[in-house]
Write a protein that binds this ligand. Sequence first.
Ligand SMILES: Cc1ncc(COP(=O)(O)O)c(C=O)c1O
Length: 386
Amino acid sequence: MPRVAARFAAFPKYPLSDVPEIKRRLKAEGVDVIDLGAGDADLAPPPAAVAALQAAAEITELSRYPYQLGLPSFREQVAAWMGQRFGVALDPFTEVLPLIGSKEGIAHAAFAFLDPGDAAVIPDPGYQCYFGGTVLAGAQPYLVPLRAEHDFLVPLGDIPGDVARRARILYLNYPNNPTTAVASREYLRDAVRWCREHDVVLAYDNAYSEMAFDGYRPPSILEIEGAREVALEFHSLSKTYNMTGWRIGWVAGAPELVAALARVKNFVDTGASLLVQAAAQAALAAYDDWVPQNIERFRERRDAAAAALRDAGYDVIVPRATMYLWVPTPGGATSEEFVRRALTETGTVLMPGSALGAGGEGFFRLALTRPPERLAEAARRLRRLL
Ligand SMILES: Cc1ncc(COP(=O)(O)O)c(C=O)c1O
């Protein structure tokens, strides 16, 4: 029997890996399951993107290999959008690279910058591809717990000197999944300074840059002085445009850093579909007409879910950004125990905080992926678990 690679041993068992099976069984029994687990909303993508995809399918040239260059007009649209949104001027051909979803680029960045023996500083809990990319690249994850007393920011001053010396990547993600925390410009300045001092790549995951409420506009790390030399910023159309399954995003940053990632990708993929890049270009162009009303849908969901959960007796902080609520599990239950009860006793799928790293223990994450009335119904059901 061929054996699997030893590096698999570093991967934790995914908590609740039996959830899909339990969900299937409950549905077969006629239970009305409310799935608030993954960050994958039920809303439609922009009509402009759908129309552009249909039109692109008729253009024979766009059915060919994209390669890393991809669709030049998509790169130009990205650069224009970054300019309008953040005031960041980028060369579309050397400082932008299309990705097959931002996760793909984030994971592959590890191969561009990490050698065995190097360390990567990773927020815990956090999006799992920071850890995955690091381990697959043969480097060592240094996990930093995100705690409420630090406003769920990575306390850079607490990173030991020997780790800082070996570190080659610092992963940061604000607005943050799963804690919903946001970072001030002052904090981002400190992070850039820390990376410059230690020659570390700042892999800044900005997947939720547009999913912010009440007038808050998250910045780009590339706006911060000195960031251009150390930072790679990852963007996604998944959340902003309800296009999770289209698999499209981009990375922006200094030409040398972007080129290193493109070099890795040359050996593992042939680029994001040109059809999808054409659609993504149309989505970005439709930003002003379409995105604000989409974010408003999530704001309504946030308000409905937060109010109903509070009413049910949960300790909810209303987030300024992202598509999640990050809630302490009641009564000292572990994340996994609580989420298992939510599923089997109430038919509500949640994400255990511990599925996103040991630092997420004691919390559950609720994704705002269903309409307000379904979120309110989920909260009514969860009241029974208190
Ligand atoms: C923090 C964070 N980064 C990146 C992504 C990945 O998005 P994409 O669909 O672009 O790969 C997600 C998706 O859930 C996320 O939560």
